[in-house]
Design a protein around this ligand. Sequence first.
Ligand code: URA
Length: 496
Amino acid sequence: MGGRIHAEASNFEEWRNVSRELLARAALPEQVVWNEDQEVELNLGVEEKSKPPLPSSGPVRVSDEFVRRAKGVACHVDLDTWGLLYRMLWRMTRGEERQLLRRANDVDVRSFELKEKAVRRERHKMTAFVRFRKVEVTGEETERERFVAWYEPEHDVVYLAAPFFRDRFSSMDWSILTPRTCVHWDGRELSFSEGASFQERPDEDELEKYWLKYYASTFNPSRLNISMMEREMPRRYWKNLPEASLIAELSNGSYGRSEKMKAELEDNPKLQGRRPKGAPDGRERGVIRTSDEIRLRGEGLTLEALRDQAQLCRACPLHERATQVVFGEGPPEAKLMIVGEQPGDREDLAGHPFVGPSGEVLASAIGELGIDREAVYVTNAVKHFKWRPSGKIRLHQSPAPKEVHACKPWLVHELEQVHPRVVLCLGSTAAAAILGRPVSVTRERGLRDDPGLPYAVVVSYHPAYLLRIVDESERLRASQQFYADLEACKQFIDTM
Ligand code: URA
């Protein structure tokens, strides 16, 4: 039996309007079908059908968090997305399920999160792989150059990615054409239009030649990783990347060039030592010199690729003394992320976070509370060890705020990839990096309720602090608090 609401939901705002109407009619989620044309069909029973629509129940109240995250999920192209969003909305307006998003084991929430992750990844990929080509604008008197890009995202992420391109390429006019939605920038505002066809994509031009030249000159054969490239961007999309045509050619010579680079390093006494870093005078290829570069180069990369890129980081002077970058470790689907300050002496040598004395304290607390360490993502606010020599010892020094700031985009990329439910900040440096303001651990220990963040934050002592406390009763008290904070994290993992 059908009653049709004549509406389509091809974007979030349309879905929102339709859903308001459905809620006003008290339509059960199972009565609502979104067909392939994204039209809504409302299958009411005879009795309900004869009823007049209910008067609007007034404004529908759901959390800002749901609205914000649902906007992202709405970009997922699977047909069941609108239905899922409506079902969750319906459940949340039933009062007892206001906290629905916190139920990690709920089937709808799980599906919502998976779609959210897929969309986020697609948005990142778009920011990394769109290539503009210059086009001639006939009959227009304009000083500004015009660029067009053709791109085929898996999900309809154009709305989400558009602000990135606006900020990055504000001084030129451009359009990005995709099969579902196109976006245009004229120097003043973004506008959107319906999808374009492959035939409308721009042709090869001089810009492409420049790009190829640039790519060939920055190509580092020892870093060629075809399977990683395929994971980031399936081969069927390579046709839209001008540089893809060079990969075969360059990689054929890859082994020889790579060996030559190694030989150059080995022959040069200045470059020898523990650090496989290349020239310390800034002539190294592909190094990352600023936090803006970290932001751009890391966009959309997997954790593995981020870890690789971080080895090239020179965004602050700490790399000069450190043995190596110590990047975060753990599964990309971890619900708990633990953030420390910076690697210590042992971590710096081993290349892994929290493997020294602080790591032992952490590991034993995690173990005692029954948290699976393998399921936790562990990282630091700063990825290089900061130290000063004291005789034969390397003495730990706290990182300066500007060093934390320089390193922060790595942490942001990690958070975006892992998307944890809860972040445990060990010590004030980690807490400041996560909360974006100075934090006093003694005053702000425990669960911090920051509705602006898509994860819960728990602030606790750094294990190194626990190890330094001399007074036994004081140490016992602080340790109990440390355990209580970890227990709070565990509750999140277990119940969400
Ligand atoms: N201290 C930290 O903050 N991080 C580590 O990885 C080790 C010690």
